[in-house]
Design a protein around this ligand. Sequence first.
Ligand code: SAH
Ligand code: SF4
Length: 340
Amino acid sequence: MKILSGLSLKEIEEITDTLGASKFRARQIHNWIYLKSVSEIDEMTDLSIKFREELRQVAKITDVKIKVKQESSDGTLKYLLKYPDGECVETVLMRFDNRANLTACVSSQVGCAVNCSFCATGKRGFIRNLTYKEIVEQVLTIQRDTGLKVTNVVFMGQGEPLLNLDNVLKAMEIFNENFQIGARRITVSTSGIVPQIEKLAQNDMQSTLAISLHAPNHEIRAKLMQIENKYPMDELKKALKNYVEKTGRRITVEYLLIKDLNDTLESAKQLVNYLHDIKCNINLIPYNPTEKNDYQKPSGNSIMRFKSLLEQSGKKVTVRLERGSDIDAACGQLSGKTGK
Ligand code: SAH
Ligand code: SF4
């Protein structure tokens, strides 16, 4: 039994060939899967009933199940999806002001080996990589379930995308070609895997690279993220500068704000200094408390003060809106609670 979701046009043609149907049928099926996102082969109404029946004998649309679905008061939807081997990941759909912009936040791995101290996913350890089909399937599930077309994708769910780079790149290609989501509408967020950032620079990646910096200096970063000991901030900086130079793209720097730990005046100064010669925007993320550590969320005042200190350096700074906080829609939180 073939799973249609995630197949390229060519792979669908192989199926229609074996059924003795024309290539045009493959194109129709492809559209039903990626652009109209049907849940059943029977909904492919421009195929004859007979052909649909033949297709049903050899293929089905998906083998992924929605295990949990939560809707937040702000419209954010969060899914816990279950793959046939029983492993689960989360996927979130965020709707910004207008419906024209629908962003899917996808996972790239089950669990994560990087084990940052503030992150619920990291606490589970690494379980396995997702295949590109399993990544693509997350967006298809959202589209099938909501009947809406996803316009943007961010790799900010579970897992470290740059430690599963081949599958992530292949999924991005499919988002691009099959879903018609432009490269610039795709963001890959990384904890800072230096050799892989260099690989992306060589690839001339046109998607946005977001880097989870989270700290203004080595000491604080090492406390938050073990990866700092492997790829320290000075090496990371070289890789980021090289990336900007090679691709011409501005990067996004993510900075998790934690009360009294990295939200001080001194931290802001050091951060400005670190970033002064890197072409970037800054996205401040107020820490979202998880049950498993003692970090605290900063006050609204301290967030605003930190923001304006950074803005004085001329950088564009945004504060990540808290989306879906009433349904645990921050990284790793749903599966952290319901995990297997
Ligand atoms: N592994 C990649 C991408 C997934 S995490 C990375 O770390 O960049 C996506 C973002 O969510 C990261 O910036 C991560 O630091 C952040 N995050 C993790 N736990 C969080 C928490 N408890 N509160 C707020 N943001 C969190
Ligand atoms: Fe992994 Fe990202 Fe969580 Fe760190 S923040 S443990 S890299 S998923």
